[in-house]
Design a protein around this ligand. Structure first.
Ligand code: SF4
Ligand code: MSK
Length: 654
C-alpha cells in the first residue's frame, strides 16, 4: 500500500470540512492511514488570488499578463487588453469548455440513438416511444401517419442540426417562450449550432480578436444557450427515449448502500449507456454465480456523482455520494471496482484506489487516467467491457486485503421527478398540466420556484451550503427543483422525502401534503438541468405568470459549484431570464464594467442576472427578494404578505 503522509498539523478539523457524516468518517480513516483526499489538498493548496479573480491572461506568449484586482484599471496587458476584456475572454472560455463537455456528451447520445434507429446497434432499444413522439412533435415533426422507426429517423435528422447547423436556429429554440425568443433574436444570441458557437467563442477569445466585453458576452450567451437548449437538452431527451423517462422511485443514498458481503461496483461519470450495460452485467446469472463462487452474497451496483444521480432518478439505483466523496468512498476498503467514463473524475482517484487495492477502470476514449486500467466501452458490444469489469471486481472481492469499514448511514428519499411526471403529478393522468402549479403560485401557497443545482467543492464545507440554502427556501414556501450533486446533498439530509414537508412553510407544506410530494424535487444529473428549462417554459405557456421566463417568480443557485460546466449552466439560465446565484468564489473582479454587465447589465437587456454570496442564508434572502419582486411586477404580491422567516423563527421551527 503506497501511502503519502499528509501534513496533519495544517489540516482543518473534519467538522469544518464536511457535514456528510459518512465522508467525515472516511476522511478521518484516510488521515489515520496517511491517505490524502481532495479536502486535504484544498487546505494545503492556496488558491491563486489573481487567477481566482480572473485578472490574468495567458492567451499569448507576450504574457502571461497579471492585472491587479485592487486597481483593476491601473494596468493593461502587453497587448493593451483591459481587465474587462481579459475577464470576458476567460469567462467566455469557461462557458465554451463547459458547453463543449455537455455538447460532446449529447452528441454521443445522439450518435447512439442513430445507430440504434438504423439497426446497427441492437443492445439498446427505444424504451419510451411516447416520449419519442412528444419530443418530435415539440419541434414540429409530423408523427400521425409514421411508424416509431420513421419518427425516430426524422427526429435524429432534426436534432443533428443542434450540433452541426451553421445558419438558422437550433431545433429546440421552438420550445422557448415566444417573448424570450424575441429578446434573443433582438440581441442576436439565438444559437445556430453548438459546434459553430463553441468554435466562434474560442476564435473570438484568441489574442487580438474580440476586445469589447459586451460583444464577447453576447457570444458567451449564445454558446451557453446552445448547451442548455441544445447539447444538454438533446442528451436528456435522447436518454429518456432510449432508457426510459424517470418517474418517482424510492431509493437509498449514502455510503451505507455499500454491502460488506457483496461485490461492490461503483459507476461514476455522466454517460448513462455505461451504467445501463453495467446493470445488465451485474444481473447476469453467470456473473452472479461467479460472485457466489468467490464467497460473495451477490453483486451490488451503486452510482456516484452524476451517472449515479441519473440512474437514481431513472431506476432507483442506490447512490453512494456526490463529487467530493468519490475518493473517500474507496477508503471504506469495500469498493471492488469503480468504472468511470467522463467529467468530474478526479485524477487522484487512481492513487486512492491504489492505496486500497480497488480496481479503477476508465472506459471512454476521451478519458484515460495514469495508473487506471482502460477497458474501452463500445456500444455495439457493451458487455465485453462491463462483464470484464464485473469479473475483475469479483477477483478483487475474493482476495480483499484491506479491512472493510462501511459507514452505516443510508437515507431514503423519492427521486425521478421528470418534467413529464410533474405535469402528471399536478394535473392527473387525464388533465396533466402545470396549471395547478401556476395556480398555487398565483394564490401564494407556493411563493416561487428555485433550481438549486451543481457540484460540491472541497473549498467549502461539503453539502452545508446546499442544505442550509434549501432549508431556508422551503421554509419560505419556495418549491425547490434539484439536479446533480446538490440533489444528493439534500437526499443525504433527508429532504427528498415527502415527510420533509414539515420543514416547509405552511403554503408549500399544504401543497406537498395534498399531492404527496417532497418539497425538494430531484430531477437527475447536471445535464438534466434542461428539464428545469422545459418546466419554466411550460409555466410561461400555461399562463398567469407573465410572457417570458424573465417574468417568472423563479431563481437558481449553484452554491458549491466548481466546474466550467456549472459556469455554462449558470450563463444559460441567466440568458434564459433567470436570476442565478453562485457561491464559493466568482471569477470576476468587483467594481469592473464586466462585473456590472453580469450582475445587472444583462437584466437590463431583458435577460436574467448573476448573483454571488458565500452565505446560504444571504443567498436564500436574495433569491426570495428576487422572487418577491417578480410577484410584485406580476401583481400577485397581495396574495401573500412579504414575510421572511428570520433566524429566531428558524430556531423555533428547528
Ligand atoms: Fe497579455 Fe494580451 Fe497576450 Fe493576454 S493576449 S497574455 S493580455 S499580451
Ligand atoms: S457531476 S459538474 S460535480 S454537479 Fe455532474 Fe456533480 Fe458538478 Fe460534476
Amino acid at each position: 500500500m503506497e501511502k503519502k503522509k499528509t501534513k496533519e498539523k495544517t489540516l482543518p478539523e473534519i467538522k469544518e470540512i464536511t457535514t456528510c457524516e459518512a465522508t467525515g468518517q472516511m476522511l478521518k480513516k484516510a488521515r489515520d492511514e496517511g491517505v490524502e483526499l481532495c479536502f486535504d489538498r484544498a487546505a494545503t493548496m492556496k488558491a491563486c488570488p489573481i487567477g481566482e479573480n480572473s485578472a490574468c491572461c495567458k492567451h499569448c506568449s507576450m504574457g502571461p499578463c497579471r492585472l491587479n484586482a485592487k486597481d483593476p484599471y491601473g494596468k493593461v496587458g502587453v497587448c493593451g487588453a483591459t481587465i474587462d476584456t481579459i475577464q470576458a475572454r476567460n469567462f467566455g472560455r469557461m462557458i465554451a469548455a463547459g458547453g463543449a463537455a455537455h455538447t460532446d456528451h449529447g452528441m454521443a447520445m445522439l450518435d447512439l440513438f442513430r445507430e440504434v434507429v438504423n439497426g446497427n446497434i441492437k443492445e439498446y432499444t427505444i424504451k419510451d416511444p411516447i416520449k419519442l413522439v412528444d419530443v418530435a412533435e415539440s419541434i414540429g415533426i409530423e408523427t400521425a401517419e409514421k411508424t416509431t422507426e420513421e419518427v425516430a429517423k426524422a427526429l435524429y435528422e432534426e436534432l443533428e442540426r443542434t450540433y452541426t447547423q451553421v445558419e438558422g436556429e437550433i431545433p429546440f429554440a421552438q420550445r422557448v417562450p415566444p417573448k424570450t425568443l424575441e429578446t434573443w433574436r433582438k440581441l442576436g444570441i439565438v444559437p445556430r449550432g453548438a459546434m459553430r458557437e463553441i468554435m466562434e467563442m474560442m476564435h473570438r477569445t484568441h489574442m487580438g480578436v474580440d476586445q469589447e466585453y459586451n460583444n464577447i458576452m453576447k457570444q458567451g450567451s449564445r454558446t451557453a444557450l446552445s448547451d442548455g437548449w441544445g447539447g444538454s437538452m438533446v442528451a436528456t431527451e435522447i436518454s429518456d427515449i432510449l432508457f426510459g423517462t424517470p418517474v418517482p422511485v424510492a431509493a437509498e443514498v449514502n455510503m451505507g448502500v455499500l454491502k460488506e458481503n457483496q461485490v461492490n461496483i461503483i459507476v461514476h461519470g455522466h454517460e448513462p449507456n455505461l451504467f445501463e450495460s453495467m446493470m445488465q452485467s451485474v444481473n447476469s446469472p453467470t456473473l452472479i454465480q461467479a460472485a457466489k463462487d468467490a464467497g460473495a452474497e451477490g453483486i451490488n451496483l451503486v452510482g456516484m456523482c452524476c451517472s449515479g444521480a441519473e440512474m437514481l432518478s431513472r431506476h432507483g439505483i442506490p447512490h453512494a455520494g456526490n463529487f467530493t466523496s468519490t475518493e473517500a468512498i474507496m477508503v471504506t476498503g469495500a469498493v471492488d471496482a469503480m468504472a468511470v467514463d467522463v467529467q468530474c473524475i478526479q485524477q487522484a482517484l487512481s492513487k486512492v484506489a491504489d492505496c486500497y487495492g480497488t480496481y479503477l477502470f476508465t472506459t471512454n476514449p476521451r478519458c484515460h487516467i495514469e495508473g487506471a486500467d482502460h477497458i474501452e466501452f463500445h456500444e455495439d458490444n457493451p458487455s465485453q467491457c462491463t462483464d470484464d469489469i464485473v469479473i475483475k471486481a469479483i477477483s478483487r472481492f475474493k482476495s480483499r486485503k484491506y479491512p472493510v469499514q462501511i459507514p452505516n448511514i443510508r437515507n431514503t428519499g423519492i427521486h425521478g421527478f421528470s418534467y413529464e411526471y410533474i405535469n402528471y403529478m399536478l394535473g392527473g393522468s387525464f388533465r396533466g398540466s402545470y396549471t395547478p402549479l401556476n395556480d398555487n403560485i398565483i394564490n401564494g401557497r407556493i411563493r416561487g420556484v428555485a433550481g438549486v443545482v451543481g457540484c460540491t467543492n472541497p473549498r467549502v464545507k461539503q453539502d452545508w451550503v446546499h442544505v442550509e440554502l434549501v432549508k431556508e427556501l422551503i421554509r419560505n414556501d419556495v418549491l425547490v427543483l434539484q439536479t446533480g450533486c446538490s440533489q444528493i446533498a439534500l437526499a443525504k439530509a433527508g429532504l427528498c422525502s415527502p415527510e420533509a414537508a414539515y420543514l416547509a412553510g405552511p403554503g408549500l407544506s399544504e401543497v406537498c401534503d395534498a399531492v404527496g410530494m417532497p418539497p425538494v424535487l430531484g430531477m437527475g444529473s447536471c445535464v438534466d438541468n434542461s428539464r428545469i428549462l422545459i418546466a419554466a417554459s411550460e409555466m410561461v405557456r400555461v399562463g398567469g405568470l407573465g410572457e417570458s421566463i424573465a417574468e417568472l417568480p423563479v431563481a437558481g443557485a449553484a452554491p458549491e459549484y466548481m466546474s466550467e460546466k456549472a459556469i455554462c449552466i449558470g450563463q444559460y439560465f441567466v440568458a434564459s431570464g433567470v436570476y442565478t446565484i453562485f457561491g464559493v468564489t466568482f471569477p470576476v473582479v468587483e467594481n469592473t464594467r464586466f462585473h456590472d454587465l453580469l450582475f445587472s447589465g444583462l437584466e437590463k437587456q431583458g435577460l436574467g442576472k448573476w448573483g454571488f454570496s458565500v452565505d446560504p442564508h444571504e443567498m436564500a434572502q436574495k433569491m426570495i427578494a428576487h422572487i418577491d419582486s417578480k410577484r410584485k411586477a406580476l401583481g400577485i404580491d397581495k396574495t401573500r404578505e412579504r414575510k421572511l422567516v428570520d433566524m429566531a423563527e428558524r430556531r423555533d421551527l428547528a
